[in-house]
Design a protein around this ligand. Structure first.
Ligand code: ATP
Length: 247
């Protein structure tokens, strides 16, 4: 079943037409990867979905769980169960792991009040569940986030997103700047989250790593979709990989 249906959207930064007729389906329970070189429009596509402006979606529609969410305010989209972990991770480096999660509590409570009113399911993981899920964060509860490794900071950013009601987790370049063995631990966490039922939209420049765990892939080039298909198909399509991904 399609959870997120992006249909022919056109997104603009002022007069710059950055996202051009992009269509994309994210199926319930799957890991969908959105790939492409630097500047291809991956982050802008995520911003169109999360409602962050700019870019401004001037035509096309974005439906989530059957509801049209195109150009809804970002806080409403978050309440519906779409969480975005941005590229820069945005953990509070001077606060401890526990304090970072505690800050997310306020957003969680607010979001859940709204969700109850709207009769939505899934209220996000409790702090106890998060520590059970990420034992590494449990061990480092009282450590300042700024002293965590890159991989641990990424886990904390993901944990904060899962603390809120999340049916669709969008991850923007979660492997960026991480050493290969750390990428593997983040990869394992993403796979586990997926197996436990959260749908994932993974944006990566590291196409090789992303294809390993993705079910379906989309490749963007200059704001347009140039490939769409199962991850195995992209793995074998050397021409597309050379031309648009450089791998
Ligand atoms: N706020 C903005 N205003 C104007 N143009 C922008 C803005 N943000 C991004 N762009 C432009 O939009 C295009 C797509 O950028 P985007 O960040 O979406 O690409 P990306 O595929 O995510 O690349 P990266 O891996 O560098 O994040 C680029 O040409 C970029 O310069």
């Amino acid at each position: 079943m399609t959870l997120l249906d992006v249909d022919n959207i056109n997104g603009y930064y002022g007069e710059s037409h950055i996202i051009q007729d992009v269509s994309m389906n994210v199926d319930d329970g799957e890991i969908t990867a959105l790939l492409g070189r630097n500047g291809a429009g991956k982050t802008s596509t995520l911003r169109c979905i999360s409602g962050a402006t700019p870019p401004d979606v001037r035509s096309g529609t974005i439906q989530f769980d059957g509801t049209n969410i195109t150009n809804e305010p970002p806080e409403d989209i978050a309440v519906r169960g779409i969480s975005l972990v941005p590229e820069e991770r945005r953990v509070f480096t001077d606060l401890t792991v526990a304090e970072n999660l505690h800050l997310a509590d306020t957003v969680r409570n607010k979001s859940n009040t709204w969700r109850r009113k709207l009769d939505f399911r899934d209220e996000g993981m409790s702090t106890a569940e998060i520590y059970e899920y990420f034992p590494r964060l449990d061990e480092r509860r009282s450590q300042k986030a700024g002293t965590l490794s890159g991989g641990e900071q990424q886990m904390l950013a993901i944990a904060r997103a899962l603390h809120q009601s999340t049916d669709l987790l969008m991850l923007d370049e979660p492997y960026e700047g991480l050493a290969p063995q750390i990428i593997e631990s983040v990869e394992n966490a993403i796979e586990r989250i997926s197996e436990d039922g959260t749908t994932i939209l993974l944006v990566e420049q590291n196409a090789v790593a992303a294809m390993k765990i993705a079910d379906r892939c989309y490749v963007l080039d200059r704001g347009e979709v140039v490939f769409e298909g199962p991850a195995e198909e992209l793995q074998q399509d050397q021409e597309t990989r050379d031309k648009y991904l450089g791998v």
